[in-house]
Write a new protein. Structure first.
Length: 574
């Protein structure tokens, strides 16, 4: 591409590189070894969530170098920078998980501030662990400069005694160990082999779910989000992304030209079709919020309801992300949905082509059983459904992929935080048939809306996954399985019905009819509400306190600012 084809007089970087008054600014760029030509080319931010906290993000620094080569090859000047991540697998099961969801918005905010502060013209955003994917895509949509998303790739499955294992198996092993069904030696052996490479958790958990969203919504190049982290082909995808973002800059094709209402529906369809993480029902509304598009939990749930479940992926199924990539990748899922009459094929993507054009040459692979056609679906309804009722007027969400029974009725057993419930589960102090209720774990009340994988996996490891149900105003990991209902809203901290439940109240959960109700009359709720008072937070200062003051309802994505509808100017047009 000829750099002269891009008129820099209208790009953000003109504010730091053009004209005699910018001599001090240019001196900083010369200090870093940039040439005159590089300074006067478009400046492209290469944002990564690299860190040494976990394998999810460890390869991003290396992959970023390939992105930068691609940008430079197409006559752009890449400027790499990093942001934070909180890795859920390590934050899980203790107070550290309060930082997880808050990190999504800090990631978006920090990327925005870096881009604004240095006036970069375009962006390639790279992420690995769960919240870093939506955080990066939220920043892309918010800034609205030409951008491409790159996923760091999934981890390879471990091998133990002749079978594939993933970190989900290890969380469930803790449950087996707690009831004497696994010895110390076996647990030790499994933990040493469960995660054998760089990359994000291998099942259709939150990271791989949101990676699928990135391709389906059109913000990532086809196939780029499916290749596992150790595969050398990732470097080619990264280099291509660097080159292509310069083409997007030339065309002035921006994220909000891509992420339309129909594109969000496409993204939700792929989540439902693969039994993806319930966290998508939180992140898709948050991303839509950045574009000023109304798309809440109930909109997501309606797409889930009418989309067939066709991807046999863990935790509800058999396969991991590596298997999907080798069977045909995310485009195979999208092709099946498009051919079945579900996907909107006319949506634009970062290739500069529509979804249908991208999928035109994708051939069905009959020699695999990871993905089915929609005519031969695992079930006619998506792997995730939304619920609503007097216990959750603002809705709730449950993953039904792999669930045997879609209806559960039982007495409530109430806990005011996850630790209390985990102690009960670990000591087997609950009864079969109970509905375990964990409250005050919502966005405000947690604060931070913790995931409950340690508790749910322990139940499953004990063999109790289908013998009790669990509901919470917090969240569940993408690796959670069993009758586990999250995002119950309004949350307990703001006086939602879940705050008024008492031990013994009979709760009905029905994933077929979409019901979540409790046998408490409005009169009785009113009586209990008189005696209810808001709880005082244990976090009266710092980042978690700040998050609690700003965060909104889970129904609309637990967002922390007014969003695209309140925007008076777009960064890309400064």
């Amino acid at each position: 591409m000829d750099a002269n084809r891009i008129d820099k007089s209208r790009l953000p970087s003109r504010h730091v590189t053009e004209g005699p008054e910018r001599a001090p600014h240019r001196s900083y760029l010369y200090a870093m070894g940039l040439t005159d030509v590089q300074i006067h080319q478009p400046l492209v931010g290469v944002a990564t969530a690299w860190n040494e906290a976990a394998p999810c993000n460890i390869s991003l620094q290396r992959q970023a170098q390939a992105v930068k080569k691609g940008v430079a090859a197409n006559r752009g000047t890449p400027r790499e920078f990093a942001t934070i991540t909180v890795t859920d697998g390590i934050a899980m099961g203790h107070a550290g998980m309060k930082s997880s969801l808050a990190s999504r918005d800090v990631i978006a905010d920090s990327v925005e501030l870096t881009m604004r502060g240095h006036s970069y013209d375009a962006m390639v955003a790279m992420a690995g662990c769960d919240k870093s994917l939506p955080g990066m895509m939220m920043a892309m949509i918010r800034l609205n400069v030409p951008s491409i998303f790159i996923y760091g790739g999934s981890i390879l499955p471990g091998r133990y005694k002749g079978r594939d294992i993933v970190v989900q198996d290890l969380f469930e092993a803790v449950g087996l160990h707690s009831v004497g069904k696994m010895d110390d030696v076996t647990l030790d052996e499994m933990e040493r082999v469960a995660c054998p490479s760089a990359g994000s958790c291998g099942g259709q958990y939150t990271a791989n779910t949101m990676a699928m969203v990135a391709e389906a919504i059109g913000l990532a190049l086809p196939y780029s989000c499916g290749a596992p982290a150790p595969y050398e082909i990732r470097d080619a995808f990264c280099s291509n992304a660097g080159e292509q973002v310069m083409e997007l800059l030339q065309q002035n094709l921006r994220p909000r030209d891509i992420v339309t209402r129909k594109a969000f529906e496409n993204a939700a369809m792929t989540v439902a079709a693969t039994g993806g993480s319930t966290n998508a029902a939180l992140h898709l509304p948050a991303m839509a919020h950045e574009a000023g598009i109304e798309f809440d939990l109930f909109d997501v749930g309606e797409i889930f309801r009418r989309t067939p479940y066709i991807g046999d992926l863990k935790p509800g199924g058999k396969y991991v992300a590596k298997d999907l990539f080798e069977a045909g990748g995310i485009p195979l899922v999208m092709k099946a949905l498009l051919d079945g009459g579900f996907l909107h094929g006319d949506c634009m993507t970062v290739t500069g082509k529509t979804v249908a054009e991208n999928l035109a040459n994708v051939k069905w692979n009959p020699d695999q059983d990871v993905v089915r056609t929609t005519a031969n679906a695992i079930s006619p309804t998506g792997g995730v459904v939304s619920l609503r009722g007097n216990l959750a007027p603002d809705g709730a969400i449950v993953k039904v992929a792999g669930l045997k029974n879609l209806r559960f009725v039982g007495p409530a057993r109430v806990f005011d935080n996850e630790e209390e419930c985990f102690h009960c589960v670990d000591k087997r102090e609950f009864k079969e048939g109970e509905v375990l209720v964990i409250r005050y774990e919502g966005p405000k009340g947690g604060p931070g809306m913790r995931e409950m994988l340690s508790t749910t996996a322990s139940l499953y490891g004990q063999g109790m996954g289908d013998k009790v149900a669990l509901i919470t105003d917090g969240r569940f990991s993408g690796a959670t399985r069993g009758f586990c209902v999250g995002h119950v809203g309004p949350e307990a901290a703001v006086g939602g019905p879940i705050a008024l439940i008492e031990d013994g109240d009979i709760i009905t959960l029905d994933a077929t009819t979409g019901e979540i109700s409790v046998d408490v009359s409005e009169e009785e709720f009113a009586r209990r509400r008189v005696g209810w008072t808001a709880r005082e937070t244990e976090y009266p200062t710092g980042a978690i306190w700040k998050y609690a003051q700003q965060v909104g309802t889970a129904r609309k994505g637990a967002v922390t600012h007014p969003g695209g509808t309140a925007e008076k100017h777009c960064y890309a047009d400064i």
